[in-house]
Design a protein around this ligand. Structure first.
Ligand code: UD1
Length: 370
């Protein structure tokens, strides 16, 4: 079975790597190809992940780069269409909720090529997020919806999606996490940053709603300033966020704080090594809410909603929004709580074997057609 695996942006790589690896292992059944749209293209946002995750170099690189949402989505569609026409895959796999996910799913739907969506069914119910639009539309047109949690199944049913298209397989990102945990121990990132054996926090921030609005971004920085009196904060900065820091003139404010350390974006293994040793993680990312849940690390999510409610149910994740006082209070609550009381529950099927269940679902989906 020929399968095109689509990657576009940073959060896609750790979802596709275990799928491609499983397909190679089951080479009698699967012939995988990797298509990279080029939505993310910087060495630190893309190449580093191929290396760290052992993902084979893309068979096809579409090189779309950064543009407005419409222009980026359109460019991906235009460049992906001839690839599908030429390669005639049995299945196309799209993952997550980035523009590349929707663009490639839409191409397949129009060409009547079967497309499977990995990480289907997540909903924040916040349509101001570009990802929410990408999730809803991709799930409407994909043939097979592979969900990471039972709440996702419910969301899909509530949108009228027939049961036979939905399959609960678990969280494939956790396959990558478990398989790389040991290798990440080789990383010297904690030593390099001077936080080995110490309490520190790790921070990521890139959502447009947080960093594109000056007032919101400033409120967050004020909270970070207060938290940094208690422990150092390591902040690998996304290119979007770095741009805004410059535009809003926040660099002085940040540099004055000796305990808030801005660094370049980290590769997969270094970042895993960093957050896995953190006393506390602050983030507005989707994936990091899940990774901290899998490892039982306290996470404060700087958003008002989450498409991943299971992380809150498990007790590791707290939604704290963007209010200075609220973020600070929640951080101090974590720092004042005994560490051994922290949750060690893991959601069902976040077990490191999701990729094989995805492959089984593809085989079954093909048999059903025949
Ligand atoms: C995208 C995804 C988001 C995901 C995030 C992870 C969409 C709608 N958004 O957001 O869901 O959480 O990736 O990182 O698909 N840039 C670079 N180098 C790069 C990539 C981007 O400098 O390799 C800069 C460009 O100036 C670009 C900006 O970052 O304009 C934003 O990139 P873009 O891909 O539009 O969205 P992200 O914010 O990265």
């Amino acid at each position: 079975m020929k399968v095109l695996n689509v990657v576009g942006a940073r959060p896609n790589f750790m979802k596709v790597a275990p799928i491609v690896e499983a397909m190679k292992r089951r080479g009698a059944e699967f012939a995988p190809m990797v298509v990279h749209t080029g939505q993310h293209y910087d060495a630190q946002m893309s190449d580093a992940f191929f290396r760290d995750l052992g993902l084979p170099a893309p068979d096809v690189y579409l090189g779309v780069g950064s543009r407005s949402h419409a222009a980026q989505t359109a460019a991906i569609m235009q460049r992906f269409e001839p690839v599908v026409v030429n390669e005639k895959p049995d299945w196309v796999i799209v993952v997550g909720d980035v523009n590349s996910t929707l663009a490639c799913a839409l191409v397949c739907a129009k060409l009547f090529v079967k497309v499977a969506h990995v990480e289907a069914g997540l909903r924040s119910r916040d349509r101001t997020m570009p990802e929410e639009i990408n999730r809803i539309l991709t799930d409407q047109i994909a043939d097979l919806l592979l969900t990471p949690s039972r709440d996702a199944d419910q969301n899909l049913r509530a949108e009228g999606i027939p049961e036979e298209r939905i399959r609960f397989v678990g969280n494939v990102m956790i396959d990558s996490l478990f398989s790389q945990l040991k290798r990440a121990e080789q990383s010297t990132v904690r030593e390099d940053l001077g936080v080995a054996g110490k309490d520190y926090a790790a921070l990521t921030l890139h959502r447009p709603s947080n960093v594109d609005a000056r007032v919101t971004f400033k409120r967050i920085l004020e909270a970070l300033d207060q938290i940094s009196h208690r422990l150092p904060i390591i902040f690998p900065v996304h290119p979007r966020t770095r741009k805004r820091i410059r535009e809003f003139g926040f660099m002085d404010l940040i540099e004055r704080n000796r305990n808030l350390h801005l660094i370049e974006p980290l590769g997969y293994l270094d970042f895993l090594r960093l957050y896995s040793g953190a006393r506390l993680v602050l983030t507005d990312s989707g994936g990091i809410q899940e990774e901290t849940t899998a490892l039982g690390i306290p996470c404060l999510t700087l958003r008002e909603n989450t498409e991943r409610p299971i992380t809150v149910e498990m007790g590791t994740n707290v939604l704290v929004g963007t209010d200075t006082e609220r973020i600070t209070r929640a951080a101090f609550n974590v720092l004042d709580a005994p560490q051994d009381k922290q949750s060690k529950q893991r959601p069902p099927l976040w077990d490191g074997h999701t990729a094989d269940r995805i492959l089984d679902a593809l085989l079954e989906g093909t048999r059903d057609e025949e």
